[in-house]
Design a protein around this ligand. Structure first.
Ligand SMILES: Nc1nc2c(ncn2[C@@H]2O[C@H](COP(=O)(O)OP(=O)(O)OP(=O)(O)O)[C@@H](O)[C@H]2O)c(=O)[nH]1
Ligand SMILES: [Mg+2]
Length: 205
């Protein structure tokens, strides 16, 4: 894929919010990147937009500590959410983020879809499952990027994706899965198309 073909090209940093009320006005369209701490949310965002260091990434879990907002040239937004489930974050801060994310997902009118990042090597976390159930309940489209696919063989990737698809079907959740690797570019074109599709979809309210 040529850089010029990327529907998410040209993203730029807008602001980092500690609380949802500090976000840009709730108009237009945005998608959010959610998932367990260290799952690869910020890396996925960078890979999708085709910039190596737009969102900050780190080996240490708990890197993204704010709702970090980026915008495409046409004004549509990408929001990098703090990771959930990081044990070393003090309980008060964890509660703060849980409430902030919950509030954001419930109230944000311009939110068109969720990109849920889950490490392909691990089972979905309770929060991932809550997120999938919640998206299904409110009919918010959800794309699951099964990240770090480069850490497994192709056969293992295939097996894990089938397992997650089976769980989604069994629970009657509505979500598409894509095996993804930020460094190897696995699933990149499909993920870009899916993310752009979310941004373009009109959310029924
Ligand atoms: N091998 C491999 N490593 C990855 C991939 N995606 C992310 N990583 C690595 O995983 C670590 C965490 O990545 P981040 O993108 O910072 O994860 P995050 O979900 O944004 O983490 P928090 O902001 O702490 O919640 C970093 O060391 C990344 O380089 C991937 O697809 N493959
Ligand atoms: Mg991050």
């Amino acid at each position: 894929m040529q850089a010029s073909d990327n529907p998410l090209r040209g993203a730029a940093f807008v602001l980092a919010a500690h609380r949802p009320d500090q976000l840009p006005p709730d108009t237009g369209a945005e998608i959010a990147f959610a998932g367990r701490s260290n799952a690869g949310k910020s890396s996925a965002l960078n890979t999708l937009v085709g910039q190596t260091a737009l969102a900050r990434t780190s080996k240490t879990p708990g890197r993204t500590q704010q709702l970090v907002v980026f915008a495409l040239p046409d004004g549509r937004r990408l929001v990098d959410l703090p990771g959930y489930g990081y044990a070393k974050v003090p309980p008060s801060l964890r509660d703060h983020w849980r409430q902030a994310i919950d509030h954001y997902l419930r109230k944000r009118q311009s939110l068109r879809g969720l990109v849920l990042i889950a490490d392909i090597r691990h089972a979905l976390t309770p929060f991932d499952r809550q997120m999938l159930a919640y998206c299904t309940e409110i009919e918010l489209p959800c794309v699951v990027l099964l990240s770090k696919a480069d850490k497994l063989s192709r056969a293992q990737v295939h097996t894990r994706q089938r397992e997650v698809d089976a769980e989604i079907a069994k629970q009657h959740w509505r979500a598409q899965t894509i095996a993804f690797s930020a460094p190897a570019g696995t699933g990149l074109e499909e993920a870009r198309t899916a993310a752009a599709g979310l941004l373009g979809e009109v959310r029924e309210t």
